[in-house]
Design a protein around this ligand. Sequence first.
Ligand code: UDP
Length: 369
Amino acid sequence: MQKYDYLIVGAGLYGSIFAYEMNKKGKKCLVIDKRDHIGGNIYCENIEGINVHKYGAHIFHTSNKEVWEYINQFCEFNNYINSPIANYKGEIYNLPFNMNTFNKLWGVRTPEEAKMKIEEQKKEFGIVEPKNFEEQAISLIGKDIYEKLIKGYTEKQWGRKATELPAFIIKRLPVRFIYDNNYFNDRYQGIPIGGYTKIIEKMLEGVEVKLDTNFFDNREYFERIAEKIVFTGMIDEFYDYKFGKLEYRSLRFETEVLNIENYQGNAVVNYTEREIPYTRIIEHKHFEFGKQEKTVITREYPSEWKEEDEPYYPVNDEKNNKLYEKYRELAEKEVNIIFGGRLGEYKYYDMDKVIERVWGNMKVLNIKD
Ligand code: UDP
């Protein structure tokens, strides 16, 4: 009855890379996804000739040359560099936090002046060892930036007080004492020409894929048809929430086609004040230097995840990480099940890390050519 070597649950980046690699090795794979399309959250839909990132903007970036070369075999990347701007009550600031931001905020011109200003603000708070997100943020860039560009954005994004969030989240953003608006420190960066869906299509070429197919609707059957299962859905759901529910953040997207060529002059504009309910507006054409007559914009509203919503971000605070540990211990005892991706491993992974993770897991499995 075992028709497949691998049943892969979820046609997102993790599942598709896994399927691609296994298919190459001659393993028989079945990929299922409950959605009606492949690609998971990197799926793009073409609207008015523009690749719209349907589940939130994705910018590929990595410092790992092997990862960069790997992803480039599926698609050519353009030379887009992410430079979001922040709108705080109508004032515009450059991101990430760099000399342009410091100059606009304080009028400082040199790195030394900027550093002095930050030191001054840090001293006021007397933080020696940052214990949470708020303390970490203030000790990195001082109170003014924290209050104008971080606090409001973060509290609406995560729906939690900044003092209750883990410090690592803010470490995702660079702080620089040069005039450089590149959001990432990575060596390689870009957007796939033609959109992300093309990459996934290529990965899944020659692999059996069943869409509109929910693992949980037919669990017993799916557990019988393959020797091993790769599960990229929510790990707590897989175990029927037996230890309790992990928390996730969800997003609601409001997308509009506008009859103008250029709405905001940038792909990403963050709205950092608490009072505006969305965190950012994405103008998709700017990811691809689009010259279309119309434009497509998406407002991103964060919300707490509840059943029927899409889970986007794991909430890696202490409470949830502890609970996840229990699920991970169960997962580790499994012989024929591999958990992968943001939901399977309850980790705030970027795309390049997902690729590295598949490679890592394949090594553990000791799968040879
Ligand atoms: N962040 C912020 N202000 C900004 C942008 C980001 O305070 O204008 C903080 C916020 O806490 C956010 C975190 O930095 O959750 C990570 O931001 P990133 O852009 O990496 O988030 P993603 O694009 O993954 O949602």
